[in-house]
Design a protein around this ligand. Structure first.
Ligand code: 2HA
Ligand code: ZN
Length: 278
């Protein structure tokens, strides 16, 4: 089968187009990766033409021998659907989990995403917790980024505020969201910090930069990004109108929700707030 005829490749490309349509991928912003299932790799392997092994820049031993579909470094989400073979690639991780090689794509040259260490470390953490996790998505949604200039960079505050704005939020991400302070993008340090957050959450906010989401498939992962950004947008609108909400969902309301819907909502997020703003 041709690579572009494979369903997982079509799903990947559709997600890049959807992200572009949302306005989350200015210029070459954002990146997407997918851990390919063995049978999916098998179905397209006749197209693989291995290039040289390169350093990943970190170690992901639990991903040794696995195949990944990902966006290219410096490539624009806007162009993925128009010319997929030039803008995305399939890579293989070697037996040591320290090197990768390109097998397909990036027809005119290039490298996998500049956030390769973060993508692979996140995929590794998620695989260890639940092998069904396959997708890691990084985008630059403006409202989430705006909130990182206004709210304390504290996972308790971000989780609680996003939950309050939109009751879908505690239902879809009852474990909450993590926050990574500003760090150099593309670095091993930010990859380590993000993968630590991913041990607990499916969402890692990058202060003054963007958001990482992880999920079992493209729908779940895109939906997570979309949901968080929409909730952030509502909070930005509220804070633009008033520094103080007139009314909101209270800790006991969340406890009630958790009981009725059989959710686990950690008490760490259900703290009492002072009467003043937030
Ligand atoms: O430009 O989003 O974090 C790609 C990025 C880097
Ligand atoms: Zn980014």
């Amino acid at each position: 089968m041709k690579v572009l005829d494979a369903e997982f490749v079509k799903g990947f490309i559709r997600m890049t187009a959807d992200g572009w349509d949302q306005g989350w991928h200015e210029r070459n912003g954002g990146n997407l990766s997918y851990r390919i299932k063995p049978e999916e790799a098998e179905s397209i392997k006749e197209n693989f033409k291995p290039r040289d092994w390169q350093d990943i820049g970190t170690e992901v031993p639990a991903l040794s021998g696995e195949f990944f579909l990902m966006t290219g470094s410096g490539k624009y989400f806007r162009n993925v659907q128009l010319d997929s073979e030039a803008n995305i690639c399939i890579i293989e991780v070697d037996e040591t989990g320290t090197k990768y090689r390109i097998l397909w794509g990036l027809r005119d040259g290039g490298r996998p995403t500049s956030e390769l260490p973060s993508h692979l470390m996140n995929l590794e953490v998620k695989k260890k917790i639940d092998p069904n996790y396959r997708v890691v998505y990084h985008a630059h949604p403006a409202n989430v980024i705006a909130l990182t200039f206004v709210l304390p960079l504290d996972e308790k505050v971000f989780t609680r505020e996003l939950w309050e704005m939109f009751t879908e939020c505690p239902m879809v991400f009852p474990e909450g969201v993590g926050v990574v302070p500003w760090m150099v993008p593309g670095s091993r340090e930010i990859a380590i910090a993000t993968s630590k957050v991913m041990e607990k959450y499916d969402l890692a906010i990058w202060a003054h930069h963007g958001l990482f989401a992880a999920g079992v498939d493209f729908d779940a992962t895109f939906g997570l990004m979309h949901l968080v950004e929409k909730s952030a947008e509502i909070l930005v609108k509220v804070l633009s109108m008033t520094p103080q909400k007139a009314q909101t969902v209270q800790p006991d309301d969340f406890r009630h929700l958790a009981k009725d819907l059989d959710l686990t909502l950690s008490e760490e997020f259900l703290y009492e707030k002072p009467a003043s703003p937030r």
